[in-house]
Design a protein around this ligand. Structure first.
Ligand code: SF4
Length: 192
């Protein structure tokens, strides 16, 4: 079939109008909302807090059986009104992720292999290494600039790096623990 210039503009115009009409009449929001509602139907909902940072956005965690099926922002979160940043919106991948290690793994100094260890063994190791390091490197007294012997009670062989996830009270406890042990290198990753 040959197409004249006039026919081309006629068909192109009506096709364009069809597309415009399609977008004007086809509102996909209710369809998406119905799809979400269907997915969450009969799911249990648990409130939680996004684990990634100290902004502390509240989440609604939906589960069916023993599986998390969806995580969304909680609209009651006063500072976000239910929105999550891209990291928070992806938290479902922390649970539904075949690559995620679910058991404590240990790599010995100098080794290139990870070994599975019981969590109690991990706690014991941490406590033992803290203890041994403090016993070995604790500085009780030191000379001041005038050569006078003074008490310093300082431990320079351990550094502590806090977490952006921990709240005020947890930061307070961590600070107390570090200062009690004499740790002076006491830092926080968010630098706030
Ligand atoms: S959703 Fe984003 S901003 Fe909110 S707590 Fe999680 S990581 Fe922080």
């Amino acid at each position: 079939m040959s197409l004249s210039r006039r026919d081309f503009f006629k068909y192109a115009g009506s096709a364009g109008a069809g597309v415009a009409m399609g977008t004007a009449t086809l509102d996909l929001k209710p369809v998406a909302a119905a799809g979400t509602a269907l997915k969450l139907k009969e799911a249990k909902v648990h409130p939680g807090v996004c684990p990634y940072c100290a902004v502390g956005c509240i989440q609604l965690i939906y589960s069916k059986g023993d599986k998390i099926i969806d995580i969304e922002g909680h609209p009651d979160t006063p500072h976000t009104l239910g929105r999550l940043c891209p990291k928070g919106a992806a938290t479902i991948q922390l649970s539904n992720n075949p690559l995620r290690p679910t058991k404590p793994m240990y790599r010995a100094p100098g080794s290139d292999k990870w070994e599975e260890k019981p969590i109690e063994w991990m706690y014991e190791q941490i406590a033992k290494r803290y203890y041994d390091t403090r016993e070995k490197y604790f500085i009780e007294r030191e000379k001041d600039k005038d050569g006078k012997d003074v008490v310093v009670n300082r431990l320079e062989a351990i550094a502590s790096l806090g977490s952006a996830c921990i709240d005020n009270e947890e930061c307070y406890l961590l600070t107390k623990l570090n200062r009690t042990l004499g740790i002076v290198y006491h830092e926080h990753q968010a630098r706030v």
